[in-house]
Each structure stands twice: as structure tokens, then as C-alpha cells.
Design a protein around this ligand. Structure first.
Ligand SMILES: Cc1ncc(COP(=O)(O)O)c(C=O)c1O
Length: 405
């Protein structure tokens, strides 16, 4: 056990006392468990059950079909998209909510190849290649493979850092993760996006592990298309709908591979031929999942008045403190951090490589410290700045140290 000047528990107390976001934890349903799995499923915001009850009993139970208009059900995908927009640095009118992340990866990637005029059957230009993050969350890789087959492109897996050297005149689109789901590594979105643009290709970013945890700056950095889930740091609930961002100047040419009646310019005209609606709602497909969508809308209310910069400051302080406590409590050599030490390369989670990680995580959970296990040997701890405190961090590292001791 290494020496630290102040004991970790005393330091935790000081950090908690100075935490400008500390009061926000009362906005969530929590117990005495240390919950470090918000990078998988965010905790329940206290306002959600009442809202869902109203949506079910009043909007559905009493107003029934009138709610499509009177309760704003029909416009919910764009309205909720506009609530997410400031959290990812997007002006209104560019995000639509609905479907899963996987489905939105498909829309975005095929849409990007079409925007690039690429693909075997596309508008020429010789762009017949899609680059995909070689370390990606599996669903993105599977879908990129299918998108490549459908568009007549070749799929080339490339490590994100290698993208500037790999992207070229053949590349139509590049699909990258902002934060790696396994290691917690944050990729350099501004410089990778500009390298992709310099080669004339389009960028598609998966924001699942960054939205709600750190600033993304979609508009500022000129990202073309992006997708993300809402059940992690946005706390929308299990299976809450994902979102699709299409930069405003690309929307008019965005040709969705899933044109449904909800994205038709005149959805109730019931025309046999398709004419896309203007704007972000071109990314819609079919009838939105209203119960999940409105649970998410209620969950997003906790962000009122919260700046994403203060969230990032706290996130880095939490992960720094966790790493410090791990080196104080965990016997030397038992774990190895896969998460970069440099702030510029770190998301909001810490991944520790550990022998027998699956059973170690089981024992942690039995002792009230909930993280998760990723095959084959990774303990993953997610730090949601809205409800995780420094005392939680100290306790998690202490219990980990005792478990491995
Ligand atoms: C980076 C990333 N992309 C996509 C997904 C999953 O997408 P879906 O919402 O379709 O299940 C996850 C789920 O954890 C993820 O971490």
C-alpha cells in the first residue's frame, strides 16, 4: 500500500464539500450502493415515474388518440432532440430522437456514403471505401459491414489514431467512437474530423460514451453526422431511444436508407411515392416509442442549468481520484489501468485489467459496489458526475482493495 499525504477518506470529504454539482444527486433515486455503472444504464431521475404515470394514465388513458397532437406526441422526436442538442454542442433543428443506436448508425453511415457520392452504384467520384474504428463497440462494426455490402464499398477497420494516414481519395465515410467502450479512451474528435474532411470524406461519430459526460462540440468541429444512445449518461432508462444528428447544411441532401412515413413531407397524405420532409425529421422512420421517448424527456430535465464544462471538470476529478485511491488501496500489480492517464485522452470511466475480473466484479457487487465486467479481463467503472460523489469513489477503491487483498 503506498503512502499518501492526506488519507483518501479525508480527501474525499474535502472534495465532496467543494463539489459544485453535489446537490444534483438528490435528483436521482439512489440507495447506499456505490453505482458506477451509469456508463451502461444511468440511474433513475426522480421526476421520471410521475411523468410516465401521467403519460400512461392521462395522455394515453384519457386523451387517447388526441394526445398525438394535444400532448405533443407527434413532434416529440424533434423536441427531445432539441433538448439533447446543447449537451453535444449542436444548434437546434439537427437532432432527431428515435430507434436504437444500431439503427441510427445504419442511417448515418449509408447516408454519409450517399452524401459523399460514393458507393458502387453511387454518383461516381470513385469513393468506394468505408473506414471503421477497429476497436469499435461490436454493433457499429456489424452494421458498417452491412452498409458497405449494400453500398458496394469496401470496409476497412482502422485504429482511430491511424485514420489520418489511412483516409484518402477512395474513402466515402469514416465511423468512429468518441470514447472507447472498453478502455474509456477519448479520441480526438476535432483533429480526426478535420483529417477526414481534408481527404474529402464524411465523419460519423458514435457518442454513446461521451454525450452527457464531456463536451462534444458537434457544430464547432464541423462533424457531419453523429449518433448516440440516451440510456447511459443521459439517464433515459432501459432501451430509451437513440438519436441522429445531421448537420444542418447536409440535411437537404441527406438521403435516409430507411425512409418511413414519419419522415415524409406529408405523412398523412398517404402518398405511394416518397418525398422527404425538410430538416432533421428526415431521420425519422416509423411511429416513435412514446412511453420511452417521454420518460427520456423527463429525465433530461435534470440538465436544466447544468453546464457540460462543470460536468467534465467533475468527471476528470472523479476519475483522477479513483486512480489515486486504487494505487493507495489495491496491492501492487493486481490491476493495470487501461484508461489513459492524460486528461485529453480520458472519457468518464476507468477500465482496470485484472485477473479473474468476472468473479472479482461479482464480489464487488455483493459488497455494494456496482461496476461491470467486460470480456475477457476488464473491470469497468463509470463515473456519472451528476450523482457520483468522491466518498463513493473512495469506498469503491477501498472495497476493491479489500477484495483483491
Ligand atoms: C459505443 C456504443 N455503440 C452502440 C451501442 C449499442 O447500441 P444500441 O442502442 O443499438 O443497443 C453501445 C451500447 O452500449 C455502445 O457502447
Amino acid at each position: 500500500m503506498s503512502e499518501v499525504a492526506v488519507s483518501p477518506s479525508a480527501k474525499a470529504e474535502k472534495l465532496d464539500a467543494a463539489d459544485e454539482l453535489a446537490a444534483l444527486c438528490s435528483e436521482f433515486v439512489l440507495d447506499d450502493v456505490v453505482y458506477l455503472d451509469g456508463n451502461s444504464l444511468g440511474a433513475l431521475p426522480v421526476g421520471v415515474p410521475g411523468r410516465v404515470d401521467d403519460v400512461v394514465r392521462h395522455q394515453w388513458g384519457e386523451l387517447r388518440i388526441r394526445s398525438w397532437e394535444e400532448s405533443g406526441w407527434w413532434t416529440a422526436p424533434e423536441r427531445v432532440g432539441d433538448r439533447i442538442a446543447p449537451l453535444v454542442g449542436a444548434a437546434p433543428g439537427q437532432i432527431v430522437v428515435g430507434d436504437s443506436t444500431s439503427v441510427n448508425v445504419f442511417k448515418a453511415l449509408v447516408g454519409a456514403v450517399r452524401l459523399a457520392g460514393g458507393g458502387g452504384g453511387g454518383g461516381g467520384g470513385g469513393r468506394d471505401e468505408i473506414l471503421v474504428d477497429a476497436t469499435t463497440f461490436p454493433t457499429d462494426g456489424y452494421i458498417a459491414g452491412s452498409a458497405a455490402r449494400l453500398t458496394g464499398c469496401e470496409l476497412r477497420p482502422v485504429a482511430p489514431a491511424e485514420v489520418p494516414g489511412a483516409v484518402g481519395p477512395r474513402t466515402a465515410a469514416v465511423l468512429l467512437n468518441h470514447v472507447d467502450y472498453r478502455t474509456g479512451r477519448l479520441h480526438d474528435l476535432p483533429s480526426l474530423t478535420s483529417a477526414i474532411h481534408a481527404a474529402g470524406a464524411l465523419s460519423v461519430w458514435d457518442l454513446c460514451h461521451s454525450a452527457g459526460a464531456l463536451p462534444v462540440g458537434l457544430d464547432e468541429h464541423g462533424v457531419d453526422l453523429a449518433v448516440g444512445c440516451t440510456y447511459k449518461y443521459l439517464n433515459g432508462g432501459p432501451g430509451s431511444p437513440a438519436y441522429l444528428y445531421v448537420r444542418s447544411d447536409l440535411q437537404e441532401r441527406f438521403d435516409s436508407p430507411l425512409p418511413g412515413w414519419n419522415s415524409h413531407a406529408d405523412p398523412f397524405g398517404m402518398s405511394p411515392s416518397y418525398a422527404p420532409a425538410p430538416g432533421a425529421l428526415r431521420g425519422r422512420v416509423g411511429t416513435p416509442d412514446i412511453l420511452s421517448m417521454l420518460a427520456l424527456e423527463a429525465a433530461l430535465e435534470v440538465w436544466e442549468g447544468v453546464s457540460i464544462d462543470s460536468v467534465r471538470r467533475k468527471s476528470l476529478a472523479l476519475t483522477d481520484f479513483f486512480l489515486e485511491c486504487v494505487s493507495a488501496y489495491v496491492p501492487e500489480g493486481r490491476v493495470e489501468s487501461l484508461t489513459p492517464a492524460a486528461h485529453a485522452e480520458r472519457g468518464s470511466q476507468v477500465a482496470l485489467r485484472c485477473a479473474d475480473a468476472g468473479s472479482v466484479m461479482k464480489r464487488l457487487i455483493e459488497r455494494g459496489v456496482v461496476g461491470d465486467f467486460r470480456h475477457p479481463d476488464v473491470l469497468r467503472f463509470g463515473f456519472t458526475p451528476l450523482y457520483v460523489g468522491f466518498g463513493d469513489v473512495e469506498r469503491a477503491a477501498r472495497v476493491l482493495g479489500e477484495t483483491l487483498g
